[in-house]
Design a protein around this ligand. Structure first.
Ligand code: PMP
Length: 401
């Protein structure tokens, strides 16, 4: 019976991660998967998370009962406020709400199903390049017309803003446009505020629907409010929108699957019907979300002192990434590596789109045991003071070969 099942292609990022784990070479470096690593190359459990978990372990009032289908209300309210701002008029007027979901991916999926099943949207636009799961999640949610908008100008190693605007201008009405709220994955280049304003103009004019993906709030600038600027701006402009929020990166809760789907509508009276339909979407998909990670996040967001500690952790992570960008660029300049490496420090968030070609990335993997995506994307925090020189020498060798 199951002979009909054909081998599928591997998922590049998980395959590279496995190859890295199995590689015995002492100088190997993992720049593939988007997870934070400290200055010793080790995963980092945020101290405030450890503290909460210890407290929770001793709290016998915490049970293992089911959560409601749409999750913990306190969690989704706190998450929506973190995204839109505590003083958001949309929240105050009951036009914004959240649904607890299975991390960012689950939010994208639930949001996409809502738009496809209930608004009958079938076109969605994503940037070239984008996180490689966007296409699959939307297609699996029922979007039959995946389309792309230009984003990366390889020559200038920056945003192809004219291409982006041209593509959005020619998009059919009611297309969903997937926008990275901050720290665009994989390029690390975000539109400027003026560029966001133009994007909003075109989307308003063409009646396009904004679907934000916020997987890195706090990681781009180290500041939660600044990283939510684009989403808040669209809300202020009067757009109805949805936004997938993930706590995988900014809380280091990769595996707990903590996310929120934030939704802003223009008429609060539609909210009860939307919640009831979202309930049925989730019910048929995974019935209800897990509590552990959401409890950790809610407790931290609700307590001023813990919240401040968490903000310090985010700053520490984002500053370390910035330091490593500078260190890598400095090493390349020291070596006289041909080319301009300014883009490495101009890009933000976890990733750098190095501009290395596929041949060069293969050279790094095969000759140096440095694992990175074939697009040339590196997770900058895989670098640390002990390996950044090795990385620069490897890049120099690959570029001059
Ligand atoms: N969107 C983007 C752009 C991402 O980079 C990621 C994580 N790699 C996600 C969404 C979702 O991640 P998760 O489901 O782990 O929250």
């Amino acid at each position: 019976r199951f002979q009909v099942v054909q081998q599928g292609p591997p998922i590049e990022v998980f395959q590279l991660n496995r190859l890295y784990m199995e590689d015995p070479h002492p100088s190997k470096i993992n720049l593939s998967i988007g997870a934070y690593r400290d200055e010793n190359g080790k995963p980092w459990v945020l101290p405030v998370v450890r503290k909460m978990e210890k407290q929770m372990a001793n709290d016998e009032t915490l049970l293992h009962e089911y959560l409601p289908v749409l999750g913990m209300e306190q969690f989704s309210a706190a998450s929506t406020a973190m995204l839109l701002g505590e003083d958001s008029p949309a929240i105050a007027s009951g036009r914004a709400f959240g649904v607890q979901t299975l991390s960012g991916t689950g939010s994208l999926r639930v949001g996409a199903e809502l738009l496809n099943k209930h608004l009958k949207y079938t076109n969605f636009y994503y940037s070239v390049p984008t996180w490689d799961n966007h296409h699959l999640v939307f297609v699996n949610s029922g979007f039959t017309n995946p389309r792309t908008y230009r984003y990366w100008n390889a020559k200038q190693r920056g945003i192809d803003f004219e291409g982006l605007i041209e593509d959005l201008r020619s998009a059919p009405e009611n297309s969903v446009v997937l926008l990275h709220a901050c720290a665009h994955n994989p390029t690390g280049i975000d539109p400027t505020q003026e560029q966001w304003e133009k994007i909003a103009d075109v989307m308003e004019e063409r009646k396009l629907f904004p679907f934000f993906d916020s997987a890195y709030q706090g990681f781009a600038s180290g500041d939660l409010d600044q990283d939510a600027w684009a989403v808040r701006y669209f809300v202020k402009r009067g757009f109805e929108l949805v936004c997938a929020q993930s706590y995988a990166k900014n809380f280091g809760l990769y595996n707990e699957r903590v996310g929120n789907l934030a939704i802003v509508v223009s008429d609060a009276s539609v909210v009860p019907a939307m919640k009831s339909q979202l309930t049925w979407i989730v019910r048929g998909m995974y019935s209800n979300p897990p509590a552990h990670g959401a409890r950790v996040v809610t407790n931290v967001l609700a307590n001023k002192q813990l919240f401040d500690e968490w903000r310090e952790h985010i700053k520490a992570m984002s500053s370390r990434v910035i330091e490593m960008r500078e260190a890598l660029r400095a090493e390349l300049i020291k070596l006289g590596t041909p080319g301009n490496w300014d883009h490495i420090v101009k890009q933000i968030g976890l990733f750098s789109y190095t501009g290395l070609t596929q041949r060069q990335t293969e050279h790094l993997i095969q000759e140096y045991h440095i694992y990175l995506l074939k697009s040339g994307r590196i997770n900058v925090c895989g670098l640390n003071p002990n390996n950044v020189q090795y990385m620069a020498r490897a890049m120099h060798d690959a570029v001059t070969k």
